[in-house]
Design a protein around this ligand. Structure first.
Ligand SMILES: [Cu+2]
Length: 357
Protein backbone atom coordinates (compact mmCIF):
# COMPACT_ATOMS: atom_id res chain seq x y z
CA UNK A 1 0.00 0.00 0.00
CA UNK A 2 2.78 2.43 0.98
CA UNK A 3 4.70 1.47 -2.18
CA UNK A 4 1.63 2.32 -4.31
CA UNK A 5 1.31 5.80 -2.76
CA UNK A 6 4.97 6.57 -3.55
CA UNK A 7 4.40 5.56 -7.14
CA UNK A 8 1.44 7.89 -7.56
CA UNK A 9 3.38 10.71 -5.90
CA UNK A 10 6.33 10.09 -8.22
CA UNK A 11 4.08 10.14 -11.26
CA UNK A 12 2.45 13.44 -10.25
CA UNK A 13 5.87 15.03 -9.61
CA UNK A 14 7.15 13.81 -12.95
CA UNK A 15 4.12 15.18 -14.78
CA UNK A 16 4.66 18.54 -13.08
CA UNK A 17 8.32 18.51 -14.12
CA UNK A 18 7.38 17.75 -17.74
CA UNK A 19 4.87 20.61 -17.71
CA UNK A 20 7.36 23.08 -16.21
CA UNK A 21 10.22 22.07 -18.52
CA UNK A 22 8.03 22.32 -21.64
CA UNK A 23 7.12 25.91 -20.77
CA UNK A 24 10.78 26.71 -20.02
CA UNK A 25 11.71 25.44 -23.49
CA UNK A 26 9.30 27.91 -25.15
CA UNK A 27 12.12 30.08 -26.37
CA UNK A 28 12.40 33.62 -27.65
CA UNK A 29 14.65 33.49 -30.71
CA UNK A 30 16.30 36.80 -31.52
CA UNK A 31 17.72 37.77 -34.93
CA UNK A 32 19.58 40.87 -36.12
CA UNK A 33 18.93 41.19 -39.84
CA UNK A 34 19.75 44.08 -42.16
CA UNK A 35 18.78 44.82 -45.74
CA UNK A 36 22.14 45.58 -47.39
CA UNK A 37 23.05 46.63 -50.93
CA UNK A 38 25.49 44.27 -52.63
CA UNK A 39 27.12 43.84 -56.01
CA UNK A 40 25.62 40.43 -56.85
CA UNK A 41 27.34 38.05 -59.28
CA UNK A 42 24.93 35.52 -60.87
CA UNK A 43 27.76 33.48 -62.42
CA UNK A 44 31.06 33.71 -60.53
CA UNK A 45 32.41 30.84 -62.68
CA UNK A 46 32.43 33.07 -65.79
CA UNK A 47 33.68 32.40 -68.50
CA UNK A 48 33.09 28.74 -67.63
CA UNK A 49 29.60 27.26 -67.58
CA UNK A 50 29.86 24.81 -64.67
CA UNK A 51 27.17 22.54 -66.17
CA UNK A 52 29.11 21.90 -69.40
CA UNK A 53 32.59 22.52 -68.01
CA UNK A 54 33.17 24.64 -71.12
CA UNK A 55 33.04 28.33 -71.98
CA UNK A 56 29.62 29.94 -72.16
CA UNK A 57 28.02 29.80 -75.63
CA UNK A 58 26.71 32.89 -77.43
CA UNK A 59 23.12 32.03 -76.38
CA UNK A 60 24.15 31.74 -72.73
CA UNK A 61 26.18 34.95 -72.85
CA UNK A 62 22.91 36.82 -73.46
CA UNK A 63 22.34 36.44 -69.70
CA UNK A 64 25.85 36.46 -68.24
CA UNK A 65 27.81 38.85 -70.50
CA UNK A 66 25.66 40.94 -72.85
CA UNK A 67 24.16 44.30 -71.86
CA UNK A 68 24.48 44.63 -68.04
CA UNK A 69 26.13 41.21 -67.82
CA UNK A 70 26.24 39.09 -64.70
CA UNK A 71 26.83 41.74 -62.00
CA UNK A 72 23.82 43.60 -60.66
CA UNK A 73 23.35 45.94 -57.75
CA UNK A 74 20.82 44.20 -55.48
CA UNK A 75 19.57 44.28 -51.90
CA UNK A 76 19.78 41.20 -49.69
CA UNK A 77 18.94 40.28 -46.10
CA UNK A 78 22.08 39.60 -44.07
CA UNK A 79 22.45 38.43 -40.49
CA UNK A 80 24.53 40.29 -37.90
CA UNK A 81 25.66 39.54 -34.38
CA UNK A 82 23.78 41.14 -31.47
CA UNK A 83 23.32 44.90 -31.76
CA UNK A 84 24.32 44.83 -35.46
CA UNK A 85 27.90 44.24 -34.27
CA UNK A 86 29.47 42.19 -37.05
CA UNK A 87 28.24 40.56 -40.24
CA UNK A 88 27.80 36.83 -39.59
CA UNK A 89 29.89 34.70 -41.94
CA UNK A 90 28.18 31.71 -43.48
CA UNK A 91 29.50 28.23 -42.72
CA UNK A 92 30.08 25.42 -45.20
CA UNK A 93 26.54 24.10 -44.82
CA UNK A 94 25.07 27.53 -45.59
CA UNK A 95 27.07 28.28 -48.75
CA UNK A 96 24.29 27.07 -51.03
CA UNK A 97 21.85 29.68 -49.66
CA UNK A 98 23.25 32.11 -52.23
CA UNK A 99 21.17 35.28 -52.38
CA UNK A 100 18.63 34.05 -49.79
CA UNK A 101 18.49 35.80 -46.45
CA UNK A 102 19.44 34.02 -43.22
CA UNK A 103 17.36 31.00 -42.16
CA UNK A 104 14.97 32.20 -39.44
CA UNK A 105 13.95 29.30 -37.18
CA UNK A 106 11.32 28.66 -34.58
CA UNK A 107 9.60 25.79 -32.81
CA UNK A 108 5.87 25.69 -32.19
CA UNK A 109 5.35 27.63 -28.95
CA UNK A 110 8.33 29.96 -29.52
CA UNK A 111 8.43 33.69 -30.07
CA UNK A 112 10.60 35.12 -32.88
CA UNK A 113 12.05 38.62 -32.52
CA UNK A 114 13.73 40.18 -35.57
CA UNK A 115 15.62 43.44 -35.18
CA UNK A 116 15.62 44.85 -38.71
CA UNK A 117 17.81 47.63 -40.06
CA UNK A 118 17.36 49.07 -43.54
CA UNK A 119 20.77 49.95 -44.98
CA UNK A 120 19.41 50.40 -48.53
CA UNK A 121 18.34 53.54 -50.38
CA UNK A 122 14.67 52.39 -50.65
CA UNK A 123 12.03 51.70 -47.96
CA UNK A 124 11.97 48.01 -47.01
CA UNK A 125 10.30 45.61 -44.58
CA UNK A 126 10.13 41.99 -43.50
CA UNK A 127 6.79 40.32 -44.14
CA UNK A 128 6.69 36.73 -42.85
CA UNK A 129 4.47 33.93 -44.08
CA UNK A 130 2.85 31.40 -41.72
CA UNK A 131 3.65 32.78 -38.27
CA UNK A 132 1.31 34.83 -36.03
CA UNK A 133 1.60 38.63 -36.19
CA UNK A 134 -0.49 41.67 -35.41
CA UNK A 135 -0.88 44.52 -37.92
CA UNK A 136 2.15 46.38 -36.54
CA UNK A 137 4.36 43.37 -37.28
CA UNK A 138 3.01 42.42 -40.71
CA UNK A 139 5.64 44.32 -42.69
CA UNK A 140 3.10 45.30 -45.36
CA UNK A 141 1.33 48.60 -45.97
CA UNK A 142 -2.11 48.88 -47.55
CA UNK A 143 -5.57 50.28 -46.90
CA UNK A 144 -6.34 47.96 -43.99
CA UNK A 145 -8.18 50.31 -41.63
CA UNK A 146 -5.19 50.44 -39.33
CA UNK A 147 -4.27 53.94 -38.17
CA UNK A 148 -0.57 53.19 -38.59
CA UNK A 149 -0.37 52.71 -42.34
CA UNK A 150 3.38 52.10 -42.15
CA UNK A 151 2.88 48.70 -40.45
CA UNK A 152 6.55 47.92 -40.21
CA UNK A 153 7.79 49.53 -43.42
CA UNK A 154 11.24 50.97 -42.65
CA UNK A 155 12.74 54.06 -44.28
CA UNK A 156 16.39 54.08 -45.46
CA UNK A 157 18.65 54.15 -42.40
CA UNK A 158 15.78 53.19 -40.11
CA UNK A 159 15.31 50.31 -37.71
CA UNK A 160 12.31 48.26 -36.54
CA UNK A 161 11.72 45.25 -34.30
CA UNK A 162 9.28 42.61 -35.53
CA UNK A 163 7.72 40.21 -33.05
CA UNK A 164 6.07 37.06 -34.34
CA UNK A 165 4.78 34.10 -32.38
CA UNK A 166 4.69 30.48 -33.49
CA UNK A 167 1.32 28.88 -32.68
CA UNK A 168 0.39 25.34 -33.71
CA UNK A 169 -1.01 26.64 -37.02
CA UNK A 170 2.47 27.86 -38.04
CA UNK A 171 4.01 24.42 -37.61
CA UNK A 172 3.90 21.07 -39.40
CA UNK A 173 0.43 19.70 -40.19
CA UNK A 174 -0.71 16.10 -39.95
CA UNK A 175 0.90 15.04 -43.25
CA UNK A 176 4.01 17.21 -42.93
CA UNK A 177 7.46 16.09 -41.84
CA UNK A 178 8.99 17.42 -38.59
CA UNK A 179 9.73 20.86 -40.07
CA UNK A 180 8.17 23.02 -42.77
CA UNK A 181 9.26 26.03 -44.81
CA UNK A 182 7.74 29.47 -45.14
CA UNK A 183 9.05 32.56 -46.90
CA UNK A 184 9.78 36.03 -45.63
CA UNK A 185 10.27 38.99 -47.93
CA UNK A 186 10.05 42.75 -48.18
CA UNK A 187 6.51 43.95 -48.85
CA UNK A 188 6.68 47.74 -49.31
CA UNK A 189 6.46 47.19 -53.08
CA UNK A 190 6.43 43.41 -53.10
CA UNK A 191 7.23 42.74 -56.82
CA UNK A 192 10.05 45.31 -56.96
CA UNK A 193 11.40 44.43 -53.50
CA UNK A 194 11.58 40.71 -54.23
CA UNK A 195 13.09 41.23 -57.69
CA UNK A 196 15.70 43.34 -55.94
CA UNK A 197 16.60 40.33 -53.77
CA UNK A 198 14.86 40.73 -50.39
CA UNK A 199 13.72 37.13 -49.75
CA UNK A 200 14.60 34.50 -47.16
CA UNK A 201 13.45 31.20 -45.64
CA UNK A 202 11.59 30.67 -42.37
CA UNK A 203 11.63 27.13 -40.93
CA UNK A 204 9.20 25.98 -38.24
CA UNK A 205 9.67 22.69 -36.42
CA UNK A 206 7.18 20.72 -34.35
CA UNK A 207 8.10 18.78 -31.24
CA UNK A 208 11.61 18.02 -29.94
CA UNK A 209 13.90 19.76 -32.41
CA UNK A 210 17.58 20.56 -31.82
CA UNK A 211 18.44 23.53 -29.56
CA UNK A 212 18.59 25.88 -32.57
CA UNK A 213 15.07 24.68 -33.60
CA UNK A 214 16.42 22.72 -36.56
CA UNK A 215 14.76 19.29 -36.97
CA UNK A 216 16.48 16.55 -34.97
CA UNK A 217 15.47 13.71 -37.28
CA UNK A 218 17.45 14.78 -40.39
CA UNK A 219 21.20 14.92 -41.13
CA UNK A 220 21.18 17.79 -43.59
CA UNK A 221 18.91 20.59 -44.75
CA UNK A 222 19.12 22.28 -48.15
CA UNK A 223 17.29 25.31 -49.49
CA UNK A 224 16.53 26.13 -53.12
CA UNK A 225 14.54 29.06 -54.43
CA UNK A 226 13.61 28.63 -58.08
CA UNK A 227 12.81 31.97 -59.68
CA UNK A 228 13.51 34.32 -62.55
CA UNK A 229 14.88 37.51 -61.06
CA UNK A 230 13.47 40.17 -63.40
CA UNK A 231 16.13 42.86 -63.23
CA UNK A 232 13.91 45.07 -65.44
CA UNK A 233 11.51 45.26 -62.48
CA UNK A 234 14.18 45.73 -59.79
CA UNK A 235 14.36 48.91 -57.71
CA UNK A 236 17.95 49.13 -58.96
CA UNK A 237 17.25 49.13 -62.73
CA UNK A 238 18.34 52.77 -63.17
CA UNK A 239 21.41 52.26 -61.00
CA UNK A 240 22.35 49.16 -63.00
CA UNK A 241 21.83 50.93 -66.34
CA UNK A 242 24.09 53.75 -65.18
CA UNK A 243 26.87 51.16 -64.69
CA UNK A 244 26.28 49.69 -68.15
CA UNK A 245 29.09 50.02 -70.67
CA UNK A 246 26.97 49.38 -73.78
CA UNK A 247 23.75 50.94 -75.08
CA UNK A 248 21.47 49.40 -72.42
CA UNK A 249 18.18 50.80 -73.72
CA UNK A 250 15.38 49.84 -71.26
CA UNK A 251 12.85 49.75 -74.15
CA UNK A 252 14.93 47.32 -76.20
CA UNK A 253 13.61 43.72 -76.18
CA UNK A 254 17.08 42.22 -76.27
CA UNK A 255 18.09 44.29 -73.26
CA UNK A 256 14.99 43.19 -71.35
CA UNK A 257 15.62 39.52 -72.19
CA UNK A 258 19.23 39.78 -70.97
CA UNK A 259 17.94 40.91 -67.57
CA UNK A 260 15.86 37.77 -66.89
CA UNK A 261 18.09 35.81 -64.54
CA UNK A 262 16.87 32.19 -64.33
CA UNK A 263 18.52 30.94 -61.19
CA UNK A 264 18.48 28.83 -58.09
CA UNK A 265 19.11 31.07 -55.08
CA UNK A 266 20.24 33.77 -57.53
CA UNK A 267 22.92 31.67 -59.23
CA UNK A 268 22.89 30.32 -62.81
CA UNK A 269 24.51 27.54 -64.87
CA UNK A 270 25.76 25.35 -62.00
CA UNK A 271 27.01 28.17 -59.79
CA UNK A 272 24.79 27.16 -56.88
CA UNK A 273 27.27 24.83 -55.17
CA UNK A 274 27.33 23.22 -51.71
CA UNK A 275 24.60 20.60 -52.06
CA UNK A 276 27.00 17.97 -50.66
CA UNK A 277 25.85 14.89 -48.78
CA UNK A 278 26.72 11.31 -47.94
CA UNK A 279 25.02 8.13 -49.04
CA UNK A 280 22.32 7.01 -46.60
CA UNK A 281 21.90 10.40 -44.91
CA UNK A 282 18.46 11.79 -44.17
CA UNK A 283 18.39 14.90 -46.35
CA UNK A 284 15.64 17.51 -46.16
CA UNK A 285 15.01 19.88 -49.06
CA UNK A 286 13.06 23.13 -48.68
CA UNK A 287 11.92 24.31 -52.13
CA UNK A 288 10.77 27.91 -52.50
CA UNK A 289 9.20 29.79 -55.39
CA UNK A 290 8.98 33.50 -56.20
CA UNK A 291 8.22 35.70 -59.19
CA UNK A 292 5.47 36.05 -61.79
CA UNK A 293 3.70 34.14 -64.66
CA UNK A 294 6.95 32.70 -66.02
CA UNK A 295 7.73 31.30 -62.59
CA UNK A 296 6.26 27.85 -62.90
CA UNK A 297 9.13 25.60 -62.00
CA UNK A 298 9.61 21.85 -61.79
CA UNK A 299 12.73 21.04 -59.77
CA UNK A 300 14.11 17.64 -60.79
CA UNK A 301 16.77 15.59 -59.02
CA UNK A 302 18.77 13.04 -61.01
CA UNK A 303 19.77 9.78 -59.31
CA UNK A 304 17.36 10.03 -56.37
CA UNK A 305 13.72 10.07 -55.38
CA UNK A 306 12.04 12.06 -52.61
CA UNK A 307 9.02 11.91 -50.36
CA UNK A 308 6.58 14.81 -50.26
CA UNK A 309 3.71 14.40 -47.78
CA UNK A 310 3.88 10.65 -48.25
CA UNK A 311 4.05 10.77 -52.05
CA UNK A 312 7.13 9.54 -53.96
CA UNK A 313 8.53 11.74 -56.75
CA UNK A 314 11.67 13.06 -58.43
CA UNK A 315 10.04 16.22 -59.83
CA UNK A 316 7.96 18.71 -57.88
CA UNK A 317 6.04 21.76 -59.07
CA UNK A 318 6.56 25.11 -57.36
CA UNK A 319 4.74 28.40 -57.98
CA UNK A 320 5.50 31.98 -56.80
CA UNK A 321 5.81 32.32 -52.99
CA UNK A 322 4.99 28.65 -52.39
CA UNK A 323 7.22 26.55 -50.13
CA UNK A 324 7.51 22.77 -50.10
CA UNK A 325 9.42 20.37 -47.87
CA UNK A 326 10.76 17.06 -49.21
CA UNK A 327 12.89 14.24 -47.80
CA UNK A 328 15.56 12.26 -49.64
CA UNK A 329 17.87 9.40 -48.69
CA UNK A 330 20.55 9.40 -51.41
CA UNK A 331 21.74 5.90 -52.31
CA UNK A 332 24.10 6.34 -55.30
CA UNK A 333 27.48 8.11 -55.37
CA UNK A 334 28.06 10.82 -57.91
CA UNK A 335 27.66 14.40 -59.01
CA UNK A 336 24.01 14.60 -60.00
CA UNK A 337 22.17 17.11 -62.12
CA UNK A 338 19.57 19.14 -60.22
CA UNK A 339 17.56 21.51 -62.36
CA UNK A 340 14.25 23.06 -63.28
CA UNK A 341 12.63 20.84 -65.92
CA UNK A 342 10.87 23.66 -67.80
CA UNK A 343 12.60 23.69 -71.22
CA UNK A 344 13.06 27.44 -71.51
CA UNK A 345 14.47 27.57 -68.00
CA UNK A 346 17.03 24.81 -68.70
CA UNK A 347 18.41 26.84 -71.63
CA UNK A 348 18.52 29.99 -69.52
CA UNK A 349 20.60 28.40 -66.77
CA UNK A 350 18.22 27.28 -64.00
CA UNK A 351 20.35 24.30 -63.08
CA UNK A 352 23.00 23.02 -60.76
CA UNK A 353 24.29 19.77 -59.25
CA UNK A 354 24.25 17.94 -55.93
CA UNK A 355 27.02 15.60 -54.82
CA UNK A 356 26.64 12.27 -53.04
CA UNK A 357 29.86 10.92 -51.48
CU1 LIG B 1 11.76 26.82 -64.04
Amino acid sequence: MFQKKINWFTIVVMLLLVFVSSSVYATTRVYWIAADEVDWDYAPSFPINLMSGEEFTADQRVFVEDEIGRHYLKSVYREYTEGFGALKQRGEREQHLGILGPVIRGQVGDKIVVHFRNNTRFPASIHPHGVFYTKAHEGASYNDGDSDRADGSVEPGGQYTYEWSVPLRAGPGENDPSSIAWLYHSHVDSPADTNSGLIGPLIITGETPNLDASPADVDREFFSMFNVFDENASLYLDANISRCSGACDPDDEGFQESNLMHGMNGLVYGNNQGYDMHKGERVRWYILGMGTEVDLHTPHWHGATLLHNGNRLDVIEILPAAAKTLDMVPDVDGIWMYHCHVNDHISAGMMSTFTVK
